[in-house]
Design a protein around this ligand. Structure first.
Ligand code: RIB
Length: 295
């Protein structure tokens, strides 16, 4: 099975700080790096490193060449990425001494997708293929409808959560992927179990993956419920940990592994990622993840 990731590509300007800058404060940073990022790009790299055959579609603008370059180096097919006369999408990321992040996002080129591009891109895919989406692109409802009509299996990571994400037609989605905050924003429910009861009642075909940070993760599919604790590590930078989890989880699912094993692999991959600085650059290779799991 092939997977198309119609997703964002960002230049991440990452600043290591002692604490997040406060209103009115000017704060000197400890270090600065420019790193490839964007939930879309990170997830394509995680899928490819986990072993999937990945096609990335989207738009880059001025300054985005290095993003296409890193996807190519990782083995992701980039033929469906267009160059547009718009400023490259980017993120300004503060990472504090606890490894937590605070992110400002500029959509730029990621919001330049056209309906024609969606139709043309999806014309290369058919029933049996999968589509992965996040919420950093424009025209999300059009992507979902077009892919659903073609019979693609759709994975939707509703991140970052917004009014647009809430408008996504979940009856057309196979797997909804959220963290705890996005789960609360989307469903109004405080626990994964309550969110699942609500969603499963409304959308019987939908499955749900909730990442819970240091508390682990939970997956719900049909009558199956699996909880997985997180592997304890000292976090350096949690940016991209959810993207790593998503890529490894989907790949393991596509390999028809039991859900428990999918969660275990994804948990180990994201545990390794948080011990490294940066988003895409922190995503571990498959052999590193399997070795850590003694597989
Ligand atoms: O999920 C992490 C990503 O969110 C960063 O790479 C940044 O670009 C933002 O999109």
């Amino acid at each position: 099975m092939r997977i198309l990731n119609f997703g964002s590509l960002n230049l991440d300007y990452v600043y290591e700080v002692d604490h997040f800058v406060a209103p009115g404060e000017t704060l000197a940073v400890n270090s600065q790096i420019l790193s490839p990022g964007g939930k879309g790009l990170n997830q394509s790299i995680a899928l490819a490193k986990a072993g999937m055959d990945v096609f990335h579609a989207g738009c880059v603008g001025a300054g985005g060449e290095m993003l296409v370059g890193i996807l190519n180096e990782t083995g992701v097919n980039t033929d469906l990425i267009r160059t547009v006369p718009v400023l490259q999408g980017n993120a300004v990321i503060q990472v504090n001494s606890a490894g937590e992040n605070s992110i400002l996002l500029y959509g730029g080129s990621n919001h330049a997708v056209t309906k024609e591009q969606i139709t043309e891109t999806l014309s290369h895919f058919s029933r049996g293929d999968a589509l992965l989406l996040q919420n950093e692109m424009n025209l999300l409802p059009e992507m979902i409808s077009c892919a659903y009509e073609k019979g693609l299996q759709i994975f939707f990571n509703a991140a970052p959560c917004s009014e647009d994400a809430k408008k996504a037609d979940l009856s057309k989605i196979r797997w909804l992927i959220v963290n705890e905050i996005e789960m609360q924003q989307l469903t109004g429910q405080e626990t994964p179990e309550k969110a699942w009861t609500l969603l499963h009642g409304k959308y019987p075909e939908l499955s749900l993956l909730v990442t819970l940070g240091s508390e682990g993760s939970a997956a719900f599919s049909g009558s199956e419920t699996v909880f997985m604790p997180a592997f304890p590590v000292r976090a350096v930078d949690t940016t991209g940990a959810g993207d790593t989890f998503t890529g490894y989880f989907i790949t393991a699912l596509m390999e028809n592994l039991p859900i428990k094993e999918c969660l275990r692999r994804a948990s180990m991959a994201s545990a390794i990622a948080v011990t490294r600085l940066g988003a895409a650059k922190s995503i571990p290779e498959r052999n590193v993840v399997l070795a850590a799991l003694k597989l």
